[in-house]
Every structure is written in C-alpha cells, then in structure tokens.
Design a protein around this ligand. Structure first.
Ligand code: DX5
Ligand code: ZN
Length: 216
C-alpha cells in the first residue's frame, strides 16, 4: 500500500515559511501536518492561529492539524476558519470526546483522535466508528526530533483489528520519529499516513526524502 505522507511543518524554517510550504506544494506529500502546542497539555509552545493562517495562505495540500492543547473545543472553529481540513484532538485532553468529534464534523472537517504512547487503543472502542483518523503518537508529544517508540508496531496492529471489527473507515496516522527504517514495518502493521518532521526537513533534499517515504 502506498502511504499518505504528511510532513510536519514544525521542523521547517519559520523565517521562510512561504518557501517551505511551496516546497511541500511541489512535493508528493499528501497533507501538511500542523502541530499546535499550548505549553499546558504538552511542555512546549509551537505557534497559534496567525501562523496557521500564514501557512494556509500558501498551502495547496490539505492541512492536517494536530491540537496538543487543553480545551480544544474552544478553538475548533478558529482552526477550521484558518484552513484546517482534518482536526485531531487528544483523547487525553477531551472529557466529552464524542461531543468534540461531533463539533469537528459540524464544522465540515474530518475528525481525528490522537493517543499518547501510554494510551491503549482499546479505549477507542466506542468512538472508532465515528472518527476519520487515529493519530498514534510514536513519541511523547511536545517536541520534534525524538526517538521512535518500538511498542508502536503492536499498537498499530491492535488498532487495525479494532477498526476492522467495528467496520470503521478511520485511517491510521503515525506521528513521531518516523523515518525510512521504521516506515516499511509501520505500513505492514497497518499504518495509512506517515507524519515526518525532522526526517524530512533536516535532510539535504526534502523533496527526495518525501519521495522515498511515499515509495515504500
Ligand atoms: C510531536 C509532534 C510531531 C512532530 C514530528 O509532538 O506531534 O508531529 O512534529 O516530528 P518528528 O518527525 O521530528 O518526530
Ligand atoms: Zn503532530
């Protein structure tokens, strides 16, 4: 299966954001992954809605927005207006996850649920049929450039089973430490979408690196 590739703009040069987005436009990437961190849910702050709007202004790829924030409900509309096509919220940050998923759909976006490395996939049993994507964190959220957690493969296999059992059409996205060494095994385990930040942007030729990931 050919994976969808979602380069994470977090690893880009923010002083040249237009050029970085145009590079991604010219690549075979499917989405641009946009990491929003609030310094509360995760121990880091990335950027907010004005920067998201700047990315959106130049992007020709769909924006896949990963909200690593508390109270995501409060900001869903603003991110949708800023161009988000997929909005993922964290399982661990949502008390009324079903309501949040409904709100994302009501805004006309696709709804994703992200799970931290310690969160079992079984907890998605009652929501999996209602969502479009599960973002499986393969690092602890908060920073780019971390080491891939090996336990992710078995989580992806279990998640794939759950999706099939429940007749869900949810896609499996892997986020964190993805590179050419772990990508083939992730695809075999059932991954549909690969997020890659530092592996793409720190490489000498990001376009070729995206081609490499896509060609698996
Ligand atoms: C981590 C973010 C990831 C990150 C991926 O909190 O959600 O999307 O940007 O970056 P790499 O590929 O460098 O691990
Ligand atoms: Zn992310």
């Amino acid at each position: 299966m050919t994976p969808f590739i979602a380069p994470s703009i977090l690893a880009a040069d923010f002083a040249n954001i237009q050029a970085e987005v145009e590079m991604l436009n010219a690549s075979v990437a499917d989405y641009i992954h946009v990491d929003i961190m609030d310094g509360v849910f995760v121990p880091n702050i990335s950027f907010g809605i004005p920067v998201m709007e700047a990315i959106s202004k130049h992007a020709k790829k769909l924006l896949d927005v990963h909200l690593m924030i508390v109270n995501p409900d409060q900001y869903l509309e603003a991110f949708r207006k800023a161009g988000a096509e997929i909005i993922s919220v964290h399982y661990e940050a949502c008390t009324h996850l079903h309501r949040t998923v409904q709100a994302i759909h009501h805004l006309g976006a696709k709804a994703g649920v992200a799970i931290n490395p310690h969160t079992p996939v079984d907890l998605l049993q009652e929501i999996i049929a209602d969502i479009d994507l599960v973002c499986v964190m393969s690092v602890n959220p908060g920073f780019g450039g971390q080491k891939f957690i090996e336990n992710t493969y078995s989580k992806v296999e279990k998640l794939k089973e759950l999706i099939l059992k429940k007749g869900s059409s949810a896609k499996i996205e892997i986020d964190g430490g993805v590179n050419l060494s772990n990508a083939p095994k992730l695809i075999t385990a059932g991954a549909d979408i690969l997020v890659a930040g530092s592996f793409v942007f720190n490489s000498p030729d990001p376009i070729a690196t995206i081609n490499g990931l896509k060609g698996i």
